[in-house]
Design a protein around this ligand. Structure first.
Ligand code: GAR
Length: 220
């Protein structure tokens, strides 16, 4: 188990940068964004491993270019959910990870106790709306536009063992405009994601996140 006690309430944040794993399935622009914030000194963290559920995900290439270990654990080649998760956990194990981030990861990551309370998911809508099985990427924005709601947004929440549930840590609303397309709405939501996720990782780095029931509280 990673030394989360170092980051518990009332104790100063550990000097060591937070060791972050990124799980993704695609382009990896969210990974790039996190790395840029780390480079800028705004987030006291280090991405120690990137794992993709798709072998050809560009996110793996982004990691390799920066010298970050990049591992494919193909969902296709592991049709049994449990075996797939066995492989994910084996891939994570050597890296002494403090925080797992699901950045466009399109499969279910089983926490198995080990990563409970320290796994973040980013969702491109205001949970609990427009989320759950089948709601990912452009499908989310299509559903938002079809529904006629006037607000959408981005959510960062702690994962549990289901899709898009678990205590919400940060949310930011964005307007849905009259002339929005899926692409224009997605771009506006993604801008919000790019502010929220680095902030959420930094809150973990500072040991300021606490969960009580279904509520995630931020100290200070
Ligand atoms: C992100 O916009 C994220 O919100 C979405 O996938 C995109 C990943 O883009 N995640 C989901 O829809 C999860 N339900 P990226 O690969 O360029 O970072």
């Amino acid at each position: 188990m990673a030394p989360m006690n170092d980051r518990s309430p009332g104790t100063p944040a550990a000097a060591r940068p937070l060791r972050v794993a990124v799980l993704l399935s695609g382009n990896g622009s969210s990974l790039e964004n996190l790395l840029e914030h780390i480079d800028a000194g705004e987030v006291n963290a280090e991405v120690v491993v990137v794992i993709s559920s798709k072998e050809k995900a560009f996110g793996l290439e982004r990691a390799r270019r920066r010298g970050i270990p990049a591992i494919a654990v193909s969902r296709k080649q592991h049709p049994a959910k449990q075996v797939f998760n066995d492989r994910l956990h084996e891939a994570l194990a050597p890296y002494d990870v403090d925080l797992v981030t699901l950045l466009g990861f399109l499969s279910l990551f089983e926490l198995r106790g080990r990563y409970a309370g320290r796994t973040l998911n980013v969702h491109p809508a205001l949970i609990p709306s427009f989320c759950g099985t089948g709601f990912y990427g452009s499908r989310v924005h299509e559903a938002v536009l079809a529904s006629g709601v006037k607000l959408s947004g981005a959510t960062v929440h702690l994962s549990d063992d289901q899709y898009d549930t678990g205590p919400i840590l940060l949310q930011e609303a964005v307007p849905v405009l009259e002339d929005d397309t899926v692409d224009s709405l997605a771009a506006r939501v993604q801008e919000a994601e790019r502010r929220l996720l680095p902030r959420a990782v930094q809150l973990f780095a500072e040991g300021r996140v606490h969960v009580e029931g279904n509520r995630a509280r931020i100290d200070g």
